[in-house]
Design a protein around this ligand. Sequence first.
Ligand code: COA
Length: 107
Amino acid sequence: MTHETTVLRTIAFEGAVAGNIVFWEDSDEPKVGYWLGRAYWGKGIATAVLSQFLEIVKVRPLYARVAKHNRGSVSVLQKCGFTVANEDFISPADGSRIEEFLMVLVA
Ligand SMILES: CC(C)(COP(=O)(O)OP(=O)(O)OC[C@H]1O[C@@H](n2cnc3c(N)ncnc32)[C@H](O)[C@@H]1OP(=O)(O)O)[C@@H](O)C(=O)NCCC(=O)NCCS
């Protein structure tokens, strides 16, 4: 089920579905998230897609949560103007601890 303000787009590349990108209202932290199939990594697709998506979704500040070890995603966000707003961690059910950045686009 999607909230009525959710914006979801399929990412197509050379005629195939490569992934998706989504905006959703998340209380006081409106969020963007994206996913690409492994075969589509490292081609500049995420940077291009997020850049285009930010022309559709004008909500600011706009937030993204990203695992610190996800260097590719941190780089994508930084190239699109996001900066680190805070640091946090999540605790999945397997008992592990994943350090993450809360990143924000303010303008
Ligand atoms: C993260 C993800 C979106 C990146 O997509 P992508 O299309 O490969 O990203 P781009 O090619 O646009 O840019 C990635 C940048 O990070 C760099 N990068 C990619 N993987 C990297 C890694 N493992 N370590 C360091 N840098 C990395 C690239 O060199 C590039 O930087 P550059 O333009 O300065 O050379 C993609 O890997 C993905 O969908 N992963 C699974 C889901 C996910 O992690 N989603 C984000 C959750 S916050």
